[in-house]
Design a protein around this ligand. Structure first.
Ligand code: JFZ
Length: 396
């Protein structure tokens, strides 16, 4: 594997936490990103939304600053969703942001801010397209169109990675049908270190770097479209919504609590997965306050406990009932939110010697009793952080 690609994979994994952004002209209707399909809106009708889209409060500097306050190290934004509308200035279609009253290339402005604030940026792109006439009438023409769009995105904006989503619409013989290997080769020719993810919910292809788990944790569900297939060396990334909607949905008030989001972040890291948490900005370019509040709460937790997430690896213990664990070469981090009755944890760690242990957020020492086959770790009662109390164990 190319050194540049290997390096990008390692950097991506160390980042652990990213902001997913689903934003498009569908946000005008406030009923999610599948509204055109669910409400059977004819293309000619739906296209009119373009003339109304004018996100006057769009502030990429604030979006990136919010991601950083949340402790997110990268952003993955939709450049074209299934509705076919391009949120960037594509040379290959007039159905794009620069032909709206807003006129400006919102993707270019976000990329600029990410570079300035040193946040990595990846692009979501949907090969599935409900708008392009050739999608149903001339597969050769449509394939050339979408392949060329992916390559123009890479050439024009130089993202860290491309996150494809929509190949599941024609799942049989997915590589040949969508001509993925041919596209991946061309992508890597122009950008050797580019990361490739494809949300097709099948075994990752050899040239794919990111195996996505949508609204799911790796290993949680072995059935359904989110099969927890042993990764062929690909990196794991779980993507989730804060409520139940990817695109802005004014009626969806089912927002996860900050505590639940912190635990999901820890659960992902404990399973050696990145956590891509989604916001769906409103048509005026603002992010709804319920989501801003939750992101800031997670960022506050990460200020005290980030060492137990960033740059760590997972799969330390198998499904511990008390929480999860992450590790580095020198430390094991116990993430505890469901403590046992006893005032201690019993850890089966026959090959590991614990030198000392402390509460990560305060540095307060924690008592450890080393036995031959296991270690007893005292746990404070009540837990100082009900969301996730982290104990750092320095190990030999
Ligand atoms: C897809 C998109 O349809 C959705 O709008 C959002 O962008 C999400 C992140 O990705 O959701 C899927 C993808 C695949 C399946 C179902 C929903 N599937 O394979 O059943």
């Amino acid at each position: 594997m190319e050194a540049a690609r290997q390096q990008a994979r390692e950097m991506f994994r160390q980042m652990r936490f990213g902001m997913f952004i689903h934003w498009g002209i569908y946000s005008l209707l406030g009923r999610g990103e599948w509204v055109m399909y669910h409400e059977k809106i004819p293309v000619q009708e739906y296209e009119k939304l373009m003339q109304q889209f004018n996100p006057v409060h769009y502030n990429p500097r604030e979006w990136v600053a919010l991601a950083k306050r949340a402790g997110m190290r990268y952003i993955t934004i939709t450049t074209k969703h299934h509705d076919g509308f391009c949120m960037y200035d594509s040379a290959l279609t007039d159905y794009k942001i620069t032909n709206t009253p807003y006129k400006r290339d919102v993707i270019a402005e976000l990329v600029h801010e990410c570079r300035r604030q040193r946040v990595a940026i990846l692009f979501y792109y949907s090969p599935l397209d409900w708008h392009h006439p050739a999608y149903n009438s001339d597969w050769e023409v449509y394939t050339r169109y979408w392949h060329r769009q992916v390559l123009e995105l890479i050439r024009k904006y130089k993202p860290m990675g491309i996150w494809l989503d929509g190949c599941w619409h024609k799942p049989d013989n997915i590589d040949a049908t969508w001509r993925l290997s041919e596209l991946y080769r061309e992508m890597r020719r122009i950008a050797p270190g580019i990361l490739i993810g494809n949300n097709h919910h099948q075994q990752p292809l050899p040239d794919e770097d990111i195996q996505t788990f949508e609204q799911d944790l790796p290993g949680e569900n072995t059935a359904g479209f989110n099969k927890a297939i042993p990764a062929g060396g690909a990196l794991y990334e779980t993507c989730m919504t804060i409520n139940n909607s990817w695109g802005y949905n004014a009626q969806d008030h089912n927002h996860k609590s900050p505590e639940r989001i912190v635990r999901l972040l820890a659960e992902c890291a404990g399973r050696d997965a990145n956590f891509l948490l989604n916001v769906g900005p409103k048509p005026d370019g603002t992010i709804q306050s319920e989501h801003v509040e939750r992101l800031e709460a997670v960022g506050h937790w990460l200020q005290k406990n980030g060492k137990a997430i960033y740059g760590t690896r997972g799969q330390v213990f198998h499904a511990p009932p008390w929480g999860t664990a992450t590790r580095t070469a020198k430390s094991i981090y116990l993430h505890i939110w469901n403590p046992p009755e006893e005032p201690y944890l019993t850890l089966q760690m026959p090959t590991v010697r614990v030198k000392q242990a402390r509460l990560l957020s305060t540095g307060e020492a924690v008592k450890v009793q080393q036995q031959e086959e296991y270690v007893l770790v005292s746990i404070p009662h009540p837990l100082p952080d009900t969301a996730d109390t982290v104990i750092e164990m320095e190990v030999a």
